[in-house]
Design a protein around this ligand. Structure first.
Ligand code: SF4
Ligand code: SF4
Length: 415
């Protein structure tokens, strides 16, 4: 995929294959067509068996996120990786190719590429081609700024590349308050181009905040209009989100409405990110567990490997792809990942009747809000997180920070 050469005509849109965990454990040499990472919709029986298997870790991650660069033309106030400026130590093209070779050997069947804005890297399209040419499917997240008509046609013509366009509001005012002025228009143009090119089933990804959660129906309508799939994810206090989370995270009443809304719509993708809501009753689709270091991990732009994309902090750095033994050694032998794969203490949640459903929630959300890792989730739907949030005297600072020097400010709209 050159993204500059004349594009072949777009074929009829291909069906989206939703990978199951079985597919991840018995991979083939072929990449998964248009992958939808981590979007598991399973029966309760299958779910519990797989959950047990995954708690102790797999030979290769199911959901590997690779942030190719910290460079970004936007400055979203909740950016999980505090992106903006490129890190001069970024992996070189040959190093990135070597990582892909390794992932192929490990039979990782797809990767999520993000950033920063990954398309800013001059070798981005080459690396996408390199991965798909070796049987590693790619889904990349973008703010849409580099999706012109020719790129959209090339993407539509590929069986093995999926695209996720990020918006955080169903209108410009709501979106731009978080993602910056003009960003809604840019994302909308990208979605129109993908749609016009015949790309069916690309993803529209929304981080749920106090300000956009009431627009869930509108997001659904946007996805329908573009023949796309809607993906809603949870706001975590990671990166610049650590500063804005307290202002932006949904209220308890909003969480409860979202839970019912999601239960009615199992087709809406969530990356299993709202599993703490399963404490409200019927479990949401997915494995309902924290997969950090077990099925999930992150490779950052300089090759450091973290337990999860939302845990960019030294405490959750497991090693580097630049170390001897590369990524495989980190994934299979790092002390941190071995520790995360051991049975975890239920801690303060032990006496909660909903622990089996919610597992105590998200480790990253606890860590960056200053709640002990064996405490309840800060957004515990039974209200057990709030006293701890109030009591937390220190909160770890997310690192690294690649924000540009210009201040990033949230411009709230009137609700
Ligand atoms: S720490 Fe949170 S975001 Fe990361 S894998 Fe666990 S639940 Fe998911
Ligand atoms: S107390 Fe813990 S296990 Fe119970 S609902 Fe809250 S976070 Fe989940």
């Amino acid at each position: 995929m050159t993204a500059t050469a004349a594009s072949p005509p777009a074929p009829a849109a291909k069906p989206v294959t939703v990978p199951t965990a079985e597919a991840a454990t018995t991979p083939t040499a072929e990449p998964s067509p248009k992958p939808a990472p981590g979007e598991l919709v399973l029966s309760p029986v299958k779910r519990s068996g797989l959950a047990d298997q995954m708690k102790s870790g797999l030979d290769a991650p199911i959901c590997l996120t690779w942030e190719l660069t910290y460079a970004c033309n936007l400055a979203c106030v909740h950016c999980l990786s505090s992106s903006g400026r490129r890190d001069p130590r970024e992996l070189a093209t040959e190093e990135a190719e070597a990582v892909i070779d390794e992932l192929q050997r490990m039979q990782v069947f797809y990767i999520n590429i993000g950033g920063g804005e990954p398309t800013i890297r001059s070798d981005f399209w080459h690396l996408v081609d390199y991965a798909t040419g070796r049987g590693v499917g790619v889904k990349f997240s973008t703010n849409g700024s580099r999706i012109d008509a020719a790129v959209a046609r090339e993407l539509a013509a590929s069986d093995y590349v999926d695209v996720q366009i990020s918006i955080d509001g169903a209108d410009a005012a709501t979106n731009d308050a978080v993602r910056g002025e003009g960003s809604f228009e840019v994302a909308q143009q990208a979605m129109e181009r993908l749609h016009d090119a015949g790309f069916s089933g690309f993803k529209i990804s929304v981080v749920m905040t106090r300000h956009n959660i009431g627009q869930a129906d509108e997001f659904e309508a946007v996805a329908r209009r573009f023949n796309a799939e809607l993906r809603l994810t949870r706001l975590r206090p990671s990166g610049r989100g650590a500063e804005t989370w307290h202002e932006l995270h949904p209220t308890d009443a909003q969480q409860r409405r979202l839970y019912r809304w999601l239960l009615d719509r199992p087709e809406v993708l969530t990356g299993d990110s709202f599993f703490h809501l399963s404490a409200l009753g019927e479990p949401l689709p997915g494995l309902n567990l924290c997969g950090a270091g077990r099925v999930v991990c992150l490779i950052d732009p300089i090759g450091d490997v973290y337990a999860c994309p939302f845990m960019l902090h030294d405490e959750f750095r497991a090693g580097s792809v630049r170390d001897a033994g590369g990524f495989q050694r980190v994934w299979q032998q790092s002390e941190l990942f071995a520790e995360l794969r051991r049975p975890q203490s239920a801690g303060a949640c032990a006496s909660c009747g909903q622990f089996d459903a919610c597992g105590g929630g998200c480790m990253a959300a606890k860590f960056f809000t200053g709640i002990p890792l064996d405490g309840p989730d800060p957004e515990c739907v039974l209200g057990h997180g709030e006293p701890l949030l109030d009591a937390a005297s220190t909160r770890p600072s997310p690192a690294p920070d690649h924000s540009r020097p210009t201040p990033v400010t949230f411009l709230p709209r009137k609700l």
